[in-house]
Design a protein around this ligand. Sequence first.
Ligand SMILES: Cc1cc2nc3c(=O)[nH]c(=O)nc-3n(C[C@H](O)[C@H](O)[C@H](O)COP(=O)(O)O)c2cc1C
Length: 369
Amino acid sequence: MADWDSLYIYYFSGTGNARTSAQWIAEEAIKKGLRTDVQSIDRLTGITFPDTNKKNLIGFVFPTHGFNAPPIMLKFIAGFPAGLCPEIFLVNTRGGLKLSKIFTPGMTGLALIVPALMLWLKGYKCIGFRPVDMPSNWISLHPGLKRSVIVSIFNRCEGIVRRFANRILSGHRVYRGLFSLPADLLISPVSLAYYLGGRFFLSKTFVANDKCSNCGICINECPTSSIIMVNGRPYWKLTCESCMRCLNNCPERAIETAHGMATFFIIFINAVNIHLLLLITEATGISPSALWWEIISQFISIAVMVAGVTLLYKILHYMMGFKPFQYLIRFTSLTTWPFWRRYKYVKEKEKEKSNKKTQTRVPVRNLLR
Ligand SMILES: Cc1cc2nc3c(=O)[nH]c(=O)nc-3n(C[C@H](O)[C@H](O)[C@H](O)COP(=O)(O)O)c2cc1C
């Protein structure tokens, strides 16, 4: 039995899944008598560690974005001080679904290996990592899941996370994240492409439609401060991590993923890119099949995509000032249609109502946002 004195959890959560998982772990720690701190990294100004002599355990909990840990979490870990305690653990929440009665898992990719390696380089030993298949919140890709499905996935995950917490807190090592390692490594080029380019594209697919009341909730709630007001309407900067908090929290349902416009962006930028690469190869006489050129051309494509999408988004934002254009964007966005549900994590009360077996709940003492 490990004799931890304290548990510190640092979490990032776009729509509540990682936060709830952090809370479940904290509740198990409190039951065992540990002093427990749970902190959201998105508004954290500094790391305060009351006593580095005591036996501390640190956990990092975060969603999976593009088969990787979200950049905000990677940056946090990169700047995390070394030597606060010997051991840490990691939990990544993934996008789980339920098809009929079968729970289907998400995919981790590099989301556990990269943070574990970064922390190992800082001298921390990882005593456990585990993916948890919470409901998928990626509503740019698919409509939010039905309430009953979300509740059922939550109930399943609660047991999984609490069991993981109990094993870790009792001194066991749990490397559940290793099960899918071969598939995770196979998918790693996609993680890299997402990290270098894909996420910038996604950040420029969000618009506020004519229902926007300028209430400012999206701006105030954005974990990366990536939404600003430009010409009286919200504008998404490249630093947006597509965490889905704004889309899901907007009381007017005014935030859309502009699917029609995104398709136009892809076609237009690809055409420009192909032209540019052809021009370069013709002008310089480079063989297009040379391996080094293939690698460089990938980087050129990413740069063209980021520059192109930034410019086109500025034009889109300006055009949104005109009513006919607003209607065009709205009706070519799948998120407009009533069947395209928003994602809402399950509040504890609601889950307890639907969960027949009652559980003893222990309040988390600290800093849960
Ligand atoms: C931009 C984006 C990318 C995602 N990428 C993945 C992924 O690669 N693998 C996966 O299993 N789930 C993926 N998801 C789903 C989320 O990781 C999952 O729903 C998570 O539980 C959300 O946690 P949160 O509510 O704490 O933000 C993605 C979601 C978003 C919004």
